[in-house]
Design a binder for this molecule. Sequence first.
Ligand code: PLP
Length: 394
Amino acid sequence: MFISEKIRQIKPSVTLAAATKARALKKSGKDVVSLTVGEPDFRTPQHISDAAIASITSGAASYYTPTAGIPELIQAIIQRTETDYGLTYQENNIVVTDGAKFALYALFQAILEKEDEVIIPVPYWVSYSDQVRLADGKPVFVAGLQENGFKVTVSQLEAAYTPKTKAIIINSPSNPTGMIYTKDELEAIGNWAVANNVLIIADDIYGKLVYDGNVFTPIATISDAIRRQTIIINGVSKSYAMTGWRIGYAIGDPEIISSMIKIISQSTSNCAAVSQYAAVEALSGKQDTVEEMRQAFEERLHEAYEKVKSIPGFKLQKPQGAFYLFPDVSEAMALCGYDNVTQWVEDLLAESYVAVVTGEGFGSPNHIRLSYATDMATFDKAVERIKAFISKKQ
Ligand code: PLP
């Protein structure tokens, strides 16, 4: 009874909710196979953990840090972005946050007035819409067409534009589809955003996880005008197997960055010092584990894609990056006599002990999301059970 109306309107993250439900069922003794998680199954590389341990032993990790992040980490982010993007940023362009997720949260809080609109291409990462709502903004959904790799076009953005449009989110490679925008597509979108004074929020978190020779172009690298209008969101979770450490960052306009720092100074104060020292080593130490993990995901993608494509009633485009498959399961649902994907997913868990994420949380009621950031034996078991579930229901 004490809960605000705003919070009543917000749903918990469907991916975290699905993972929690699967864990609870497993704890009760059921043989649950979960493809819900959005995190690498690899351990954090040892040299990164060693740097964290050294910061504890030396006492460096004992204290509050500057709100924006320790200077060593800010420098490491500047260097990494210079190496990977060829762009030179200054200290006042950077803020370190509790995961990329909190970078997005602080950003929306910093830029949105009541009812300001943020264009979110569909399917979208589950947290964008509710984070916009938490900042009193309005998510405006623009559906990427399946035949265009779920990517949105400038004519669609033009149709969605209103004088209240404040920002657009570009997440390439995408969670959940794994699709990547080409340089030309990004150039068109970037120029449109600049012409209409719309802030570009570039969620580049999967930028290092691209496969089969596909290329990730950071939108900020396309032109100086686009770079000035872009806030880059990135972090160490996905590329360095560091989801538990909670380190992300935002890069961009100093006025926006300093507003985000103000929010952090009044909310979390700073990210855990030990995690910041680990992230310095991740970003500036040897990078070979990044490529090793990328290769492992690429191999799994090949296998996982073929297997999922063979499930009756599943339609799937081959993803180009990230570590998810996002099949259209509308035919499979029809075969089983369902018209609601969330119900189908719930019954799959209750009856066959396979946990996947409903597409509804991503704005796509005909899809489910499967993560292949897991060992292939687990993945195979899940696929076999899904096939058995479908044939049992027919
Ligand atoms: N952005 C996207 C598209 C994601 O998939 C995730 C995590 O799942 C995040 C941001 C947040 O990552 P983190 O907060 O772990 O840095």
